[in-house]
Design a protein around this ligand. Structure first.
Ligand code: HDD
Length: 739
């Protein structure tokens, strides 16, 4: 019997369906792995509440005060047609609560998705930091939230933007938050400009458009006037701005941090997350189509993968640098957040493994209410004087007070440390702790002197006593912060030709959306300082003259680690569309689908209608997508399941094929699927008379990455060829490379 394809997150038609309940029963239990840690009060003591029933208990509907309710569908009226009575408490409570269900969305990073997981230390960081969670084989629960920056909560996932990558480690020494991005540099060097860059990036204040886009005048006005933004902007215009999946993104702590070892010696360090699945991106047209076809693409991808057991993993790594008074490395200012240190100069050393293995039970309670803060540090990890970081250390608590309605957000279950808490913070909005004692001050004699302070030996967080340079109070940046072009040029030189094509196309697209020519001219001047070819190509696309490049251009060596191409990665978890219809050879479809599963990829059968193919055969094939609902953007590769060519009687000659019968035109939706997949440089396979589809889509069967077998017997070989191509993500040779 054919196994139903595992569409992650959805019951197949063969799984038992939920029955309409008729008797009162307990709420559904949490999904496996989703019951959180035992609830503790903010004082660290277990509350005794059942972790599985934090919110709901009992079979009967109640109001917020626990009164059972006989009816929740009808307001209390005088007779069935009479006026509604003001005294209807249930009505008023229900509507009032609903009226207040929304909280302010995050001012940036509003759109996000998150997952629970575990972090295991390798022990390799012990020589530079005393942080307990990095010790060998120590396992720490974590919660990671990915996000876009500019869009509102309901915006699309696949927009061109930076992605947030924030991880909360519930360590034995308190919470450590690593609040990073998928781009290793930032737009500005000083936090005082953060409101300005965000105002510029958000929609125009008059019409509130465009949503979740940087392709508009105010953004480009800002970044061309604040040329320190050139580096981050270039990364955004590269493929890094449109990741294929949260699971396939790098993450960066951006700032330089200060690590402190057991003896108090300090080392400067930058944090990196390296995804086990490799670093892959969408192509721009794909990203745009996905924004309409599936605005939840990244959110769904993360949740589906975790639900299917394909747990995404990242290695945490550090680049380390001597903590010298200059705080530079090979001439690079480590306090400048617009600069990277190339991995060729300082390799990333793996220090632990993150595995995300459980989806949130409730989006609001966890993903929305989680509150990160770069100042949540543990002993062994300290901050530097990066002026961007300094402002962040203030901003995050402040924003939570508005967003989460008061200063007690640390008591929310998702934010609670998994250690004992004994602070002297009291009262305030939404206080849920019942504090004992009378003396929340120190020293005291009334509460027996409690709580006691802890020095470093007792696990206390002691700031590293580093020297701070003396000087005059000024509002100015160090001279080294004035270099805005050498690293953008290095990034450009490090990209492969096809990646450069994408950068050129992205700048051309974005600037075409600007109305003001002066802004475009200013941006072209910044591009001229990066590279004359980049500048000329974008200028040509805009129909504008290219400015002369400055003399001399920065003399920098490429850093090969900056390119996403050139390496092979596991193809696990990739989604293979199998396009079939009633005339396709079903034995081949079954065999290839099983082979996809065997290779830890996800097969989705795409057919003219839902239901099954070969319903009368006794071994039908379940359909997951219809021609009407499928778009190519959902698949990493496409297989066209044809019928044997007429005259091929290996399986009996048929007179029809996937997408159309022999002589009948190929279904235009199938031609569109194949054409788009081809245009987006995806591997394409087929067998039997699938060739008719490629012809209808105008695809050269001899083009790179097109693998066609004569008959259905070759189907699994075709799949193997396609899977091999997926290790490089796309068929890069298919893109024209002219730069
Ligand atoms: Fe920020 C959220 C990352 C600079 C102020 N930031 C936020 C989130 C991430 C980052 C990933 C979302 C966290 C979540 O999922 O809840 N931010 C960064 C990085 C930066 C950076 C990598 C530079 C290296 N941020 C930055 C500056 C400021 C802020 C300079 C202000 C001075 N960021 C905020 C914020 C947010 C925030 C307004 C909005 C929601 C929140 O904090 O909790 O406070």
């Amino acid at each position: 019997m054919d196994q139903p394809a595992p569409i992650p997150g959805r019951p197949s038609s063969e799984e038992p369906q939920l029955q309409e309940p008729t008797e009162p029963r307990e709420p559904l239990p949490p999904k496996p792995g989703q019951s959180g840690p035992e609830p503790v009060s903010p004082t660290g003591r277990p509350t005794g509440a059942d972790p599985a029933a934090l919110a709901q208990g009992g079979a009967h509907l109640t109001d917020a005060q626990g009164h059972r309710l006989p009816d929740t569908d009808h307001s209390l009226t005088v007779g069935a047609r009479g006026p509604v009575l003001l005294r209807d408490h249930h009505l008023r409570e229900k509507i009032t609560h609903f009226d207040h269900e929304r909280i302010p969305e995050r001012v940036v990073h509003a759109r996000g998705a998150a997952a629970h997981g575990v972090f295991r230390g390798y022990g390799t960081a012990a020589s530079v930091t005393r942080a307990a969670f990095l010790e060998k084989d120590v396992e720490t629960p974590v919660f990671t939230r990915f996000s876009t920056v500019l869009g509102s909560r309901g915006s699309a996932d696949t927009v061109r933007d930076t992605r947030g990558f924030a991880t909360k480690f519930y360590t034995s020494e308190g919470v450590f938050d690593l609040v990073g991005n998928n781009i290793p540099v930032f737009f500005i060097q000083d936090a005082i400009k953060f409101p300005d860059v965000i105002h510029a990036g958000k929609p125009h204040p008059d019409r509130e458009i465009p949503q979740a886009q940087s392709a508009h005048d105010t953004f480009w006005d800002f970044v061309s006037l604040h040329t320190e933004a050139t580096h981050h902007t270039l990364w955004n215009m590269s493929d890094r701005g449109i990741p294929r999946s949260y699971r396939m993104m790098e993450g960066f702590g951006v700032h330089t941090f200060r690590l402190v070892d057991a003896r108090g010696a300090t080392t400067l360090a930058k944090f990196h997350w390296k995804p086990k699945l490799g670093v892959h991106s969408l192509v721009w047209e794909e990203a745009q189509l996905t924004g309409g076809a599936d605005p939840d693409f990244h959110r769904r991808d993360l949740a589906d993968a975790i639900e299917a057991g394909a747990f995404p993993q990242w290695e945490l790594g550090i680049q380390t640098f001597p903590d010298t008074p200059e705080q530079t490395f090979e001439g690079i200012d480590l306090l400048d957040p617009t600069k990277i240190v190339p991995e060729e100069l300082s390799p990333v050393q793996p220090i632990g493994l993150l595995t995300l293995n459980a989806n949130p039970t409730n989006f609001f309670a966890e993903t929305e209410q989680v509150a990160f803060h770069p100042g949540h540090l543990v002993p062994g990890i300290d901050v530097t004087d990066d002026p961007l970081l300094a402002g962040r250390l203030f901003s995050y608590i402040d924003t939570q007070i508005t967003r989460l309605g008061g200063p007690n957000f640390a008591q929310l279950p998702i934010n609670r440390p998994h250690t004992e808490v004994n602070d002297m913070l009291r009262d305030g909005m939404h206080q849920t702790a019942v504090h004992r004692g009378v003396a929340p001050y120190r020293p005291n004699s009334l509460d027996g002197g409690c709580p006691f302070t802890a020095g470093a030996d007792a696990g206390g967080y002691v700031e590293a006593p580093v020297e701070v340079p003396a000087g005059r109070k000024v509002r100015e940046a160090p001279a080294s912060f004035a270099d805005h072009y050498s690293q953008p040029r290095q990034f450009w030189l490090s990209l492969s030709p096809v990646e450069r094509e994408h950068v050129i196309a992205a700048y051309t697209f974005e600037l075409s959306k600007c109305y003001e020519n002066t802004i475009k001219e200013r941006v072209l001047r910044t591009l001229a300082a990066i590279d004359p070819v980049l500048c000329q190509e974008v200028a040509t696309g805009l129909g504008m003259p290219a400015p002369e490049p400055p003399e001399p251009l920065a003399d920098v060596a490429p850093s090969p680690a900056l390119s996403q191409l050139g390496r092979e990665w596991p193809a696990e978890g990739r989604i293979i569309g199998i396009v079939a219809d009633g005339n396709s050879d079903l034995d081949a479809v079954r065999a290839v689908r099983q082979a996809v599963l065997d290779r830890s990829m996800v097969p989705l059968v795409v057919a003219p209608t839902g239901g099954t193919l070969g319903a009368g055969s006794g071994d039908p094939v379940t359909v997951q997508r219809t021609f009407a609902a499928a778009r190519s953007v959902e698949f990493d590769a496409l297989l066209l399941a044809g019928a044997p060519e007429p005259g091929d009687d290996a399986h009996g000659a048929r007179d029809a094929k996937a997408g159309g019968g022999s002589g009948a035109p190929v279904d235009p939706r199938v031609a569109l699927l194949a054409g788009e997949a081809f245009r987006h440089a995806k591997a394409l396979g087929g067998w039997g008379d699938a060739r008719r589809v490629t012809e209808a889509a105008g695809i050269d069967p001899a083009a790179p990455g097109v693998i066609l077998a004569d008959g259905p017997d070759g189907a699994v070989d075709v799949l193997d060829g396609v899977a091999g191509l997926l290790t490089r993500h796309r068929v890069w040779d298919r893109f024209p490379a002219t730069v």
